[in-house]
Design a protein around this ligand. Structure first.
Ligand SMILES: [Zn+2]
Length: 207
């Protein structure tokens, strides 16, 4: 006799049928942040196993995989589920030449505690897989010059000041006094909108 299955609720938003409400919340966030997104545009065969990344962000040429917080079980750093997923995402990055980001959790207006390895509470965890550059912690940031919101890597030898936005032509941000670890007002608004979005009755995102 099989156990009753617990499955995420499919959610409609902007004409897309999302497999989970969590994914739809991120689509609401992307819209509010001005990030162009496509949902499940392309599947890949990775070592004989079909894999369909959740989002493609055309402006950043990046794939995004969304997972609920704690999907790996009790220990983030000693989990076969996490190890297998990371290996798959690395292969996706290498094989496509695109950046790949793993986002854990819901959009959250809480700023990340950058000193913490565990992303306590509601914080959003993001890991970036950059072909040819390695694996790095990442987060959303708004460019103080052109207003572009993108996923920015930091750590792993990658300076956030080097990776935030192409508008500076690779010039660092140290001289601008900009702190990429602060949420900008736009990011705060977008995170809140994603977090609070209601989808009942075919609503188009946040009230
Ligand atoms: Zn910029």
């Amino acid at each position: 006799m099989s156990e009753p299955a617990i499955k995420p609720i499919e959610t409609n938003y902007k004409g897309c049928r999302f497999r989970s409400r969590l994914e739809a919340r991120w689509a609401v966030f992307f819209d509010a942040a001005g990030i162009e997104w496509e949902y499940e545009p392309e599947g890949y065969d990775i070592d004989g196993v079909p894999y369909l990344p959740d989002f493609f962000l055309r402006g950043q040429k990046a794939y995004v995989e969304i997972k609920p917080r704690g999907f790996y079980g009790n220990n983030r750093y000693d989990s076969d589920v996490m190890r297998e997923l990371q290996a798959k995402l690395k292969k996706l990055a290498t094989g496509t030449g695109c950046d790949v980001f793993l986002i854990e959790g819901s959009p959250s207006p809480r700023p990340i505690d950058t000193d913490s390895e565990t992303y306590p509470g509601d914080d959003v965890g993001v890991i970036g897989f950059l072909p040819g550059k390695g694996v790095s912690s990442a987060r959303f940031a708004e460019c103080p010059h052109c207003g572009r919101v993108s996923l920015m890597c930091f750590g792993g030898g990658i300076s956030p000041y080097d990776s935030i936005c192409p508008c500076r032509g690779g010039k660092p941000f140290e001289d601008t006094g900009y702190n990429p670890f602060d949420w900008s007002p736009r990011l705060l608004h977008a995170m809140t909108k994603g977090r609070q979005a209601r989808f009942e009755h075919g609503e188009a995102g946040a009230p």
